[in-house]
Each structure stands twice: as structure tokens, then as C-alpha cells.
Design a protein around this ligand. Structure first.
Ligand SMILES: C[S@@+](CC[C@H](N)C(=O)[O-])C[C@H]1O[C@@H](n2cnc3c(N)ncnc32)[C@H](O)[C@@H]1O
Ligand SMILES: O=c1cc(-c2ccc(O)cc2)oc2c(O)c(O)ccc12
Length: 364
């Protein structure tokens, strides 16, 4: 047997091994970053800092939060970690104490920061035990040949759409997560989606959830009449928004007619066969291209609009998240084109990108 003691390593090789060791530990323990982020959201630390109006020391935070004095050292350790990864900004207070302020990332976690929709519900969904538990099943899942059962289904016994129909807490968590994304995207669409959305008479938001995207679009594009179409349990439990029509049903069976069918964050949840069926139902619901008919898809186009390492890594992480919870996938432009052609559409245009996602106009 060879032991490390019997290998003659150079100083550089030893340094390389030690660095690799640290990198390995870093990756192994990285889940703690996500869990501390969840903890900070659950404890409402970003709101406490916002209320204080300036960077908060650990004693300031303890006076705002339901955390006993005995945990002050522990809170400092967590705040140091979260500041080191850019969630908070660390400062030195006038009295020489460490203090923590909001960074652009934690501004997104406050409930009242001006012009900044709160992303906390999406974080609580992504880090809920329903989402984390299936990650422990990944290697067992890889050993199975069937691809129709997701790690989520292996863990919970049902697909996540079915669990949501049965568990109102998880349904609520999911719908709130989606709604907060709609607020952010709705705001962005006002700016970058003008070309795609201007002049549309009627729009059906297929799988439109609780109607936040429809409401944001109706506000941004006056004259646009929106219908939200989603599963009956989603529509029935949605708080209705004035001016938005709600229809419950199954998008695989048929859709209400409109000039435009919107599919935001829908197709990446489904297999190619299912996507073709959904797109065919959309084609039946809209008029021909000459009369303004089109489908607008908002989803990732892998590789498009990606110009930083963080965006690239986040696209890959989302692809895995979709693999874990659903039977879908993120697609590149060729894969999108093949779907549109197979569903009988004649042309498409990728007009702009919204962070990780793009707007694709698809013409009958
Ligand atoms: C990932 S969410 C996207 C929600 C919304 N479009 C958004 O971007 O925030 C997918 C939506 O599709 C809906 N959905 C799933 N299966 C459906 C079906 N068979 N018919 C209609 N809607 C469905 C879900 O209830 C959910 O609201
Ligand atoms: O951002 C998400 C998150 C989910 C999700 C996460 C964890 C679960 O246990 C279930 C679902 O699902 C999403 C989704 O289906 C989608 O189309 C877009 C975003 C997300």
C-alpha cells in the first residue's frame, strides 16, 4: 500500500493538494451558505436592518429580533459568513463595532425596499424540505433507467403538481414564490418587452398562477385584456385581481381564445412531447399571424444573454433544479426551434433577454 509519507512530493505539489483540499471542503460545506440565507430570511434580518436605517451592530439586531442575548456570538458568525459572500455589507460602526448593512442582494430580501419586489418567497420555496429532501436521492435516481419519475417523485411519492393539489401549505409556498418572480419580471417587461407586447388586444396567460404577471402586463400596456388560465385549485385559491379574468382548466386539453398566448416559465417544466401538446393547444386558441396571433414564451434559451460566470452557473443550477423537481429541461435555441416546428409554427423571434431568461415570439 502506498502512503502519502512514501511519496516524494515537491513543495508546489503539496501546496496544490492543500488548495484542492480547501476547495473540496468549500464545495462540501457550501450548502451552509444557502441555509444561512434561508435563516436570515426567516428571521427577517434584512427588514430589521432596513428599519434601523443604517448598518446594524449585533446588539442592534438582537434588540429588533426574537433572538436571545445568549446567541449573540452565533449570530455574529452567521452575519460574517453572509457578508463574506455578498449578502450583507460589513462596516465598522462609529463605536468601532462590526455592523451590517444591506447589499444589493439583501435589498431584494426586504419586504418594503422602494422599487424592489421581495424575493424571499422564492428562496423559501427553493430551500423548503420538499425541495432539499429529493437531493439526497440523486444517486439512486441516476441508477434507475426510467426518466419519467423525478427525484422529487421518488422522495414524496407524487409529482410536485399533484402534491400542490393536496398540500395547501406547499401550494401556497409555490404560488407565492412564482408571484414574487412575476413582480420582478412584470416590471422588466414594461421596459424590454415593449416590442413584443405593444398593441395586443387580448392575452391568455397559460399557467398564469395567481395572476401577478397578467396584472403587471395589464398595468404596463393599457388596453390589454388579460385572462389567467391555470389548474382549478390554483385559480380557485387565487386572490382575484380587478380587471383580470380567471379560467380554471387543463392546458393539455384546451385554452380560452385570445390574440396572444403567454407561456411564462411553463415549457421548461415539461418533456418535448408535452411541450408540443401545449404549443398545439396554444395554436388552436390564437388567430393566424396576419391577424396578430402569436405565442410569447418567456423561458431560458441556454447560452443566450449569458455574459458572466454567475449567470452561466445559475443557468446550470436551474437546469438541475428542473431535473430534480420536474420532467422538463432548459433548452438551447436549436431545441426550441425543433419544438416550434413540431407543433406546426412557422417562425420565431428571440427579441431580448431578461437576465437568465429570454422573450421568444412564436408565429403560427
Ligand atoms: C412554474 S409555474 C409558472 C407560473 C407563472 N406563469 C409564472 O411565471 O409565475 C407553472 C404553472 O403552471 C400551472 N400548471 C401546471 N399544470 C397545468 C395544467 N395542466 N394546466 C394549466 N396550468 C398548469 C401551475 O399550476 C403553475 O401555476
Ligand atoms: O423557482 C422555481 C422553483 C420550483 C420548485 C422548487 C422546489 C420545489 O420543491 C418545487 C418547485 O419550480 C419552478 C418551476 O417549476 C418553474 O417553472 C420555474 C421556477 C421554479
Amino acid at each position: 500500500m502506498t502512503t502519502s509519507a512514501s511519496i516524494n512530493l515537491t513543495d508546489t505539489e503539496v501546496q496544490d493538494i492543500l488548495e484542492a483540499h480547501a476547495v473540496l471542503w468549500n464545495h462540501t460545506l457550501s450548502y451552509i451558505k444557502s441555509m444561512c440565507l434561508k435563516c436570515a430570511v426567516e428571521l427577517c434580518i434584512p427588514d430589521a436592518i432596513l428599519t434601523q436605517g443604517m448598518p446594524a451592530t449585533i446588539s442592534d439586531l438582537l434588540s429588533f429580533l426574537p433572538i436571545p442575548e445568549t446567541k449573540s456570538r452565533h449570530l455574529r458568525i452567521m452575519m460574517r459568513l453572509l457578508s463574506s459572500i455578498g449578502i450583507f455589507k460589513s462596516h465598522i460602526s462609529p463605536s468601532g463595532e462590526e455592523a451590517y448593512g444591506l447589499a444589493p442582494v439583501s435589498q431584494l430580501l426586504t419586504t418594503t425596499f422602494p422599487n424592489s419586489p421581495c424575493s424571499s418567497p422564492l428562496i423559501l420555496l427553493l430551500l423548503d424540505h420538499h425541495s432539499i429532501d429529493p437531493c439526497h436521492q440523486l444517486s439512486s435516481w441516476f441508477r434507475r433507467s426510467d426518466t419519467s419519475t423525478t427525484p422529487f417523485e421518488m422522495t414524496h411519492g407524487k409529482a410536485f403538481w399533484d402534491i400542490m393539489g393536496e398540500q395547501s401549505r406547499f401550494n401556497d409556498l409555490f404560488n407565492k414564490g412564482m408571484a414574487c418572480d412575476s413582480l420582478i419580471v412584470g416590471d422588466v417587461l414594461k421596459r424590454v418587452g415593449r416590442e413584443a407586447f405593444n398593441g395586443i388586444g387580448t392575452l391568455v396567460d397559460v399557467g398564469g398562477g395567481t395572476g401577478m404577471t397578467a396584472a403587471a402586463l395589464a398595468k404596463a400596456f393599457p388596453g390589454l385584456k388579460c385572462t389567467v388560465f391555470d389548474l382549478p385549485h390554483v385559480v380557485n385559491s387565487a386572490k382575484k385581481i380587478d380587471g383580470i379574468q380567471y379560467v380554471g382548466g387543463d392546458m393539455f386539453l384546451g385554452l380560452p381564445s385570445a390574440d396572444v398566448a403567454l407561456l411564462k416559465w411553463i415549457l421548461h417544466d415539461w418533456s418535448d412531447e408535452d411541450c408540443i401538446r401545449i404549443l398545439q393547444r396554444c395554436k388552436e386558441a390564437i388567430p393566424p399571424k396576419e391577424k396578430g396571433g402569436k405565442v410569447i414564451v418567456i423561458d431560458m434559451v441556454v447560452g443566450v444573454g449569458i455574459n458572466t460566470k454567475v449567470l452561466m452557473e445559475t443557468q446550470l443550477l436551474f437546469d438541475l433544479e428542473m431535473m430534480i423537481v420536474a420532467t422538463g429541461k432548459e433548452r438551447d435555441e436549436n431545441e426550441w426551434r425543433e419544438l416550434f416546428v413540431a407543433a406546426g409554427f412557422s417562425d420565431y423571434k428571440i427579441t431580448s433577454s431578461i437576465g437568465l431568461r429570454s422573450i421568444i415570439e412564436v408565429y403560427p
